[in-house]
Design a protein around this ligand. Structure first.
Ligand SMILES: *Cc1c(COP(=O)(O)O)cnc(C)c1O
Length: 240
């Protein structure tokens, strides 16, 4: 059972696009710099397609198996898919032909497997490095102090192109708290950009989810990843 109707999804999408636009303008940014991603985990493809019909052009997938099952049902014309979940090396082969970007690169081990599988299909994969900005245990992403080393290693791989950073901040009680993490991410992003590493681009900062995306936009986010605010609360019962 789905929590919301297609009509409700349409209204939610319009509301979110409007909020992003408004917030970007207030922050002195060009709204076109911020893309709204529909995060599709557990969501019926019909509702995902309802979001696409409202102008959403970017989907975020968390699980290889779920992506493979739903892939053919999406209306993919003009739509890109990014992988945003924790990615096991043995699942890389299943997804490299289906996604335009992997936002959750968090180890050189994973980078080498992406390199291998993309070489096999003659593709260069855009990636974001996932940073565990709150340095939480049991959370994916690398610590900020590990970033330089990983970037230098990944720069050697011909079938990966680093385009920026992604983060999921710790659960916060208020906007002020979460803004500190967004601010640190922005600083990290700027620092790396200034180092001008060969073969490393810093163009995309992916941060902000349903509860905090306006704050993320203020701090320079280029991709806000929205699930709940678009599709309602997830029903994990029976989810794959
Ligand atoms: C689920 C998820 C989101 C969306 O979270 P909401 O709070 O439902 O908007 C964003 N990013 C990642 C990596 C996720 O797994």
């Amino acid at each position: 059972m789905q929590a919301v109707s297609e009509q409700q999804v349409a209204e939610n999408v319009q509301q979110i696009l409007q909020t992003v636009r408004q917030t970007a303008l207030e922050a002195g940014r060009d709204p076109a710099e911020v893309q709204v991603m529909a995060v599709t985990k557990t969501v019926d493809p019909q509702l995902v397609n309802a979001a696409i019909a409202q102008g959403i052009t970017l989907l975020g997938e968390n699980k290889a198996q779920e992506l493979c099952e739903k892939y053919d049902s999406y209306h993919k014309d003009g739509v890109q898919i990014h992988f945003i979940g924790h990615l096991q090396t043995n699942k890389v082969r299943q997804i490299v032909d289906k996604v335009q970007m992997i936002e959750s690169l968090d180890s050189f081990h994973l980078a080498r497997e992406i390199e291998k599988q993309c070489a096999a299909i003659d593709k260069v994969m855009d990636v974001l490095v996932e940073v565990n900005i709150g340095k939480e245990e049991n959370k994916s992403g690398i610590f900020p102090e590990q970033l330089d080393e990983l970037l230098q290693q990944v720069a050697q791989l011909g079938h990966l192109k680093v385009r920026g950073l992604m983060t999921i901040p710790p659960v916060c009680e208020n906007n002020e708290q979460v803004s500190q993490y967004f601010s640190r991410m922005r600083q990290l992003f700027i620092d790396i950009k200034q180092k001008k590493y060969d073969n490393i681009n810093m163009e995309i900062l992916s941060m902000g989810m349903s509860g905090d995306y306006p704050a993320a936009v203020k701090y320079g986010s280029n991709i806000v990843r929205i699930g709940t605010a678009m599709f309602g609360h997830r029903n994990y019962k029976g989810a794959k």
